[in-house]
Structures are given as C-alpha cells and as structure tokens.
Write a protein of this length. Structure first.
Length: 88
C-alpha cells in the first residue's frame, strides 16, 4: 500500500491526535512536522512509550487502526507498512 489516504486537509492532524490519545502520549511538535510515512509516526510512538508498553500486544495493529480509522477499511489495515505514506 502506497498511502493510508490522508488528504492533507486536517485529517492527518486528527489521525495523529487519535494515536496520541489512544496511547496516552504527546509527540514533540517538531517531530510531527517531519512525519511523512507510517514508520515516522511509529518510531516517534516507540520513543514515547516505555519498554513494557512497547511489548504489549497488539501494539502495531492498534496503532494502524487509530492512524487509518478515517481512511482504511477491512483488510487494508493489513497492507500498511512502515514505508506507507500518510498523505495521498
């Protein structure tokens, strides 16, 4: 999958806010400005989580579901990888 389908019209901000709320973290604003791929957000999330939280299952699937809640459906969630772009 090349993109999770965020349009750059504010839905990317909503997606990042959902991830922050779901995992009880806050990204550094400067980091958010650099987010281009799902992997960028994933690495920022891991940086904010403690070791035990990083090992909690199903971290990846929960993360992808929050990030793609507005744009993905069905088996599309399974096709998201670290290089998947956020914006279309």
């Amino acid at each position: 999958m090349t993109s999770i389908g965020l349009g750059g019209d504010g839905d990317e901000v909503d997606a990042i806010e959902r991830v922050q709320a779901r995992f009880g973290i806050a990204f550094d604003f400067e980091d958010c400005e650099q987010f281009v791929t799902v992997g960028d957000v994933w690495r920022a999330l891991l940086k904010e989580l403690g070791k035990s939280e990083q090992q909690a299952a199903p971290l990846w699937s929960d993360f992808v579901r929050e990030l793609g809640e507005e744009t993905l459906a069905g088996d599309q969630f399974d096709a998201v990888g670290l290089e998947t772009r956020l914006l279309i």
